[in-house]
Design a binder for this molecule. Structure first.
Ligand code: MTE
Length: 362
């Protein structure tokens, strides 16, 4: 269980709790990420749940509480499948840490993002069965994994607004890429909240609570917030800063690798772009010289707003040190910001600055 079925070359940030991402180039191969390549982000020990004994409780501001076994979920609701990209709010934190130190947080590179085919039932169907009351403005998720990093230590949780919970893309998933959901990814059941930070896709889901206010979990009130630049995260009061939800437009270069040595001449540059909540990527520009000249990349069609789009272009790279740079625009005209300096925040979330790899051509 040392690597939880992941590739041997995963970049392991922590073994306990297990936190690991694939090397950049491993994400380039497939549009659907194999489970062995999919990043793993955990705040506590990975629970071992007997699927037969497991139950999902639905309570709070509902007309009637539910308690459902996996079999009841499968039998009582329509099974749906959706492709969706997950992206951790800490993805590309290393780029922010290079601006200014971010103590106590792992320096995630480009790999805390990946795409899978998820199967399960729509959250909205389960909420409808429970009879969601009109005052229910937030849907909270609870899980049994206890994080000692939370203050005070507590089980993982979080919430999404009821408007998002009622959107058809939000799933309670029991399968990933056609196989039963692996334990490390939240088996037997997890939430999948496409277009939102990965933190809201709660794994090992045991309880769904309809509330008038957001979840009181540490992971909603204190973590996953953009604190003001001068704030001390260890002293920030719950509720300080901006709570993260919908993802901003982002992209990265997946090949060539950062630090690669290449022959000069025509070089294929390839990457992904993801627009975030309900939007699609409209354009990706790639530059051979850190943003002096730009060339428009060929962009895969958007299958759905919930899935990353791969892109590619060929640049003629002269001999020497090159800073290949990419930036994406979304369908609302929003562009990734140029500099990680402008985005720096004490917990290091939401780095969607221009993607850069440094290569040497000789
Ligand atoms: N759910 C639980 N119960 N515990 C966790 O630590 N981590 C969250 C989310 N759901 C987490 C969780 C975060 S921050 C992310 S980015 C995604 O799960 C990662 O999902 P993955 O490990 O399947 O890639």
């Amino acid at each position: 269980m040392e690597l939880w079925g992941k590739r041997d070359d995963m970049v392991v940030h922590e073994r306990e709790p297990f936190n690991a991402e694939p090397p950049r180039v491993a994400l380039a191969r497939e549009r659907q990420t194999p489970v062995g390549v999919f990043y793993s982000r955990n705040h506590g020990p990975i629970p071992d749940i007997d699927p037969r004994a497991w139950r999902l409780r639905v309570d709070g501001l509902v007309g009637h509480r539910l308690e459902l076994s996996l079999r009841e979920l499968r039998e009582r609701f329509e099974e749906v499948e959706i492709k969706a990209t997950l992206q951790c709010a800490g993805n590309r934190r290393a780029g922010l840490a290079a601006v200014r130190d971010i103590p106590g947080e792992a320096s995630w590179g480009p790999g805390a993002t990946a795409t899978a085919r998820w199967s399960g039932v729509r959250l909205r169907d389960v909420l409808a069965e429970a009879g969601l009351e009109s005052q229910a403005a937030h849907i909270a998720f609870s899980a049994p994994d206890v994080s000692r990093k939370a203050d005070p230590p507590q089980p993982y949780g979080g919430s999404i607004p009821a408007t998002k919970a009622r959107s058809p893309e939000v799933l309670l998933a029991w399968a990933m890429n056609g196989e039963p959901l692996p334990r490390v990814h939240g088996g037997p059941l997890r939430a999948v909240v496409p277009g939102w930070i990965g933190a809201r896709s709660v794994k090992w889901l045991t309880r769904i609570t309809a509330r008038s206010q957001p979840s009181t979990s540490y992971f909603q009130t204190t973590a996953y917030r953009i604190l003001p630049a001068g704030a001390d995260p260890a002293r920030a009061e719950p509720g300080t800063g901006i709570s993260l939800g919908p993802l901003p437009v982002n992209c990265d270069i997946l090949t060539p690798d950062n630090g690669a040595q290449l022959p000069p001449g025509p070089t294929e540059i390839m990457g992904y772009a993801l627009a975030g909540d309900g939007r699609i990527v409209a354009r990706v520009d790639v530059s051979p010289d850190a943003g002096g000249d730009w060339r428009q990349a060929e962009l895969d069609p958007a299958d759905s707003p919930w899935v990353w789009q791969h892109w590619r272009t060929t640049l003629d790279l002269p001999a020497g040190e090159r800073h290949v740079t990419a930036r994406a625009w979304d369908s609302t005209g929003a562009l990734m910001p140029e500099s990680p300096r402008s985005l720096w925040n004490p917990r290091g979330y939401g780095n969607n600055s221009w993607a850069r790899v440094h290569v040497t051509c000789r």
